[in-house]
Design a protein around this ligand. Structure first.
Ligand SMILES: Nc1ncnc2c1ncn2[C@@H]1O[C@H](COP(=O)(O)OP(=O)(O)O)[C@@H](O)[C@H]1O
Ligand SMILES: [Mg+2]
Length: 362
């Protein structure tokens, strides 16, 4: 049987560069080698693509330069990906598993590039990725679908002088969350309680983004639900993120990555089964509303009265040993290796549907 050739794309220029490498290493280790060949491609922090060996993937903390810079060839059938130096093709590529978080990886750009190359891609395509990366656009669509999410205000950078603390306070109450809507890893996010903190938080958010999102605080548990599927969509059992509130006022960058004791996860969450069912239904509705395909992790807040508020959707969640997405599926009866096989098959299924549509248009 011919094996499916999978390019595993990792690294990239986000704050999650190292996490991405850990995820890629795990995927390469766990993938079913009877079915798939892995071709590792590392993207360094400047955006250059390198063909990597398994040893490089296993040993490098950051994607380091080597002699095998890659060029891409849109429109080519067999030789889409070539080594720049020798102009030789790396061989047939059947599917891509991009595990590149944040800007250029998770926002639709990489998905668009792969689409132009006619390479099927694990996870949501251009539209789903782009809608989920922009929390403000996502929230407007959630509102239209009547999916509860934190009330908010948003402003463009050019509207800086229209942002008034008193107005935001009256609309949203205290505390408020101020965010750059297109980022992840809690970078640039502040929880504010005073006018002084509010102004500083707005300026900080504008250092990272052209827009700012100001949200009402939702007090409650932070619950995450893993979703899989293209048209036949399933939700996993839910998990919980518990932040050590003695040291961190929310699930901040420090609590996520710097402080080993900053937070912990509980998988599955200790939660009433009706509430879990409700979260799963809302997560699937959210996934559909935001045009997701393949997979996503939907993060919600559950307030003490068991009301569910969608916080955000991650379209390329982590795949490290301790990452929530694969752990939730494991807890729901799908082991890691089988999960990877399913995700790749979904990518191939989705691409064949899209190719069929494309040929009908010709
Ligand atoms: N409206 C909100 N109410 C309560 N907590 C919030 C709110 N928005 C964000 N947070 C806290 O900030 C963390 C990071 O915010 P989030 O929007 O998930 O950004 P990121 O994409 O960087 O993970 C959340 O996990 C939560 O702890
Ligand atoms: Mg988050």
């Amino acid at each position: 049987m011919t094996k499916t050739n999978v390019i595993l794309l990792f690294g990239g220029n986000s704050t999650e560069h190292e996490i991405s490498i850990l995820s890629a290493r795990n995927i390469a280790r766990a993938i079913d080698s009877q079915l798939f060949n892995i071709i590792p491609i590392g993207i360094d922090q400047h955006g250059t693509w390198y063909l990597k060996t398994q040893t490089e993937l296993d040993s490098e903390k950051h994607v380091l330069p080597n002699d095998h810079i890659i060029s891409l060839s849109p429109g080519a059938h067999e030789h889409k990906i070539i080594r720049q130096k020798t102009q030789k093709s790396i061989g047939r590529v059947d599917v891509a598993f991009p595990i590149v978080h944040g800007t250029n990886g998770e926002d639709g750009s990489l998905q668009g590039l792969l689409k132009i190359l006619d390479i099927p891609c694990v996870g949501p395509g251009v539209i789903g990725s782009a809608l989920c990366i922009d929390k403000e656009v996502a929230k407007r669509l959630l509102n239209e679908a009547q999916i509860p999410n934190a009330p908010f205000l948003s402003y463009l950078k050019s509207e800086r002088n229209q942002i008034k603390f008193e107005f935001a306070l009256e609309k949203l109450g205290m505390p408020m969350y101020v965010k750059p809507p297109n980022l992840g890893s809690s970078v640039g996010i502040s929880k504010v309680t005073t006018k002084h903190e509010f102004e500083a938080a707005i300026d900080l958010a504008f250092r990272y983004d052209q827009k700012v999102l100001i949200e009402q605080n939702i007090s409650g548990r932070e619950i995450e639900c893993a979703i899989i599927g293209n048209h036949d969509i399933s939700a996993s059992k839910v998990g919980e993120v518990i932040t050590m509130t003695e040291n961190h006022s929310f699930y901040s960058y420090e609590a996520k990555y710097l402080d080993a004791q900053g937070s912990k996860t509980r998988i599955p969450a200790d939660i009433n089964s009706d509430v879990q069912k409700n979260i799963q239904n809302i997560a699937i509705k959210t996934y559909k509303t935001l045009c997701c395909k393949g997979m996503a992790r939907v993060d919600v807040f559950v307030s003490p009265d068991n009301k569910i508020w969608v916080n955000e959707v991650n379209t390329l969640p982590g795949f490290t040993n301790i990452s929530m997405y694969p752990k939730l599926w494991e807890a729901s009866g799908i082991p890691y290796t089988e999960l990877i096989t399913k995700l790749i098959h979904l990518a191939l299924e989705q691409a064949s549907i899209e190719r069929m549509n494309d040929t009908q248009l010709k």
